[in-house]
Design a protein around this ligand. Structure first.
Ligand SMILES: Nc1ncnc2c1ncn2[C@@H]1O[C@H](COP(=O)(O)OP(=O)(O)OP(=O)(O)O)[C@@H](O)[C@H]1O
Ligand SMILES: [Mg+2]
Length: 250
């Protein structure tokens, strides 16, 4: 599989503290790739570089060979159209219905204004995530798991090539977390999207990912297939894995 996103020697300091100290990593087209690492290790900062919300101090991120670091705002808007993303803590808009939430990127990103076309796209997404008929509900009326799924629908409605999802399962009970992970698997299998997942759910990561990268101390401490990563001799990797599994065959 060819890389769709390449990250080379990415460095970023925030408030004078080096967070990313030289990240090099490729994401393969059509694969599910996960980024794992301790809280505060820089996973969300890395995700923000992938779609150009943050600019690197050094190094670059390329999407299909196009530099994101060097892109101007117009080019970034164009590049971001290829991404569906849901950021950590980026909840649904509380005052908007489910319909309005999902319709938002249709209007803003795709610039579609035809009411019937928008309705059709929203309905199609809700059916696809298995929550038909909730168009008029407000986020407060939904469970946490339903909100997350609507977040996935909102990320998918623009028909992106890459789904970038930060912390999809955090705060959910294990069964609901599973539902989200299964949804990501389905997005990958049925829609053929490249999926980049940032998660604390290590067990699920090893089950659904084609590739895993462990971010530690500002660099990629281990990367590869779940099997290869689980066999890495890196001390942090082993600590991470042994804390997350009692016994596991991967
Ligand atoms: N805008 C910012 N300004 C200053 N420091 C920041 C900023 N964003 C992140 N940081 C710092 O960068 C480090 C990495 O943060 P980041 O949010 O990427 O961690 P994370 O790996 O996503 O953690 P978690 O698993 O808890 O989500 C932290 O020390 C954080 O305080
Ligand atoms: Mg984070």
């Amino acid at each position: 599989m060819a890389p769709i996103i390449t990250i080379r020697n990415l460095k970023k300091s925030l408030a004078g503290v080096p967070v990313l100290k030289g990240i090099s990593l490729n994401f393969e087209e059509g694969a599910v790739s996960s980024i794992i690492g301790q809280s505060g290790s820089g996973k969300s900062v890395l995700a923000k570089h992938i779609i150009g919300i943050m600019k690197p101090d050094e190094g670059d991120v390329c999407f299909k060979g196009r530099s994101i670091a060097g892109a101007d705002e117009g080019e970034l808007v164009e590049i971001r159209r290829h991404f569906g993303y849901s950021f950590q803590g980026a909840a649904l808009f509380d005052s908007m219905s489910v319909h309005e939430n999902i319709a938002f990127p249709v209007r803003e990103v795709l610039k579609i204004t035809d009411r019937r076309e928008i309705d059709r796209m929203v309905t199609e997404q809700l059916e696809w995530i298995g929550l038909p008929g909730i168009e008029e509900k407000l986020p407060a009326e939904l469970s946490g798991g339903m909100r997350k799924r609507v977040g996935v629908a909102r990320a998918l409605v623009t028909k992106p090539e890459v789904l970038l999802f930060d912390e999809p399962t955090t705060g959910l009970d294990p069964v609901l977390g599973e539902t989200i992970n299964d949804l990501v698997s389905r997005v990958n299998r049925e829609l053929g999207l490249t999926c980049i997942l940032i998660t604390h759910d290590i067990q699920a990561t090893f089950r659904i990912s084609d590739r895993i990268a462990l971010l530690h101390d500002g660099v990629i401490a281990a990367a590869g297939t779940p099997r290869n990563v689980s066999r890495s001799a890196h001390q942090m990797v082993q600590k991470f894995i042994s804390n997350s599994f009692n016994s596991l065959e991967v």
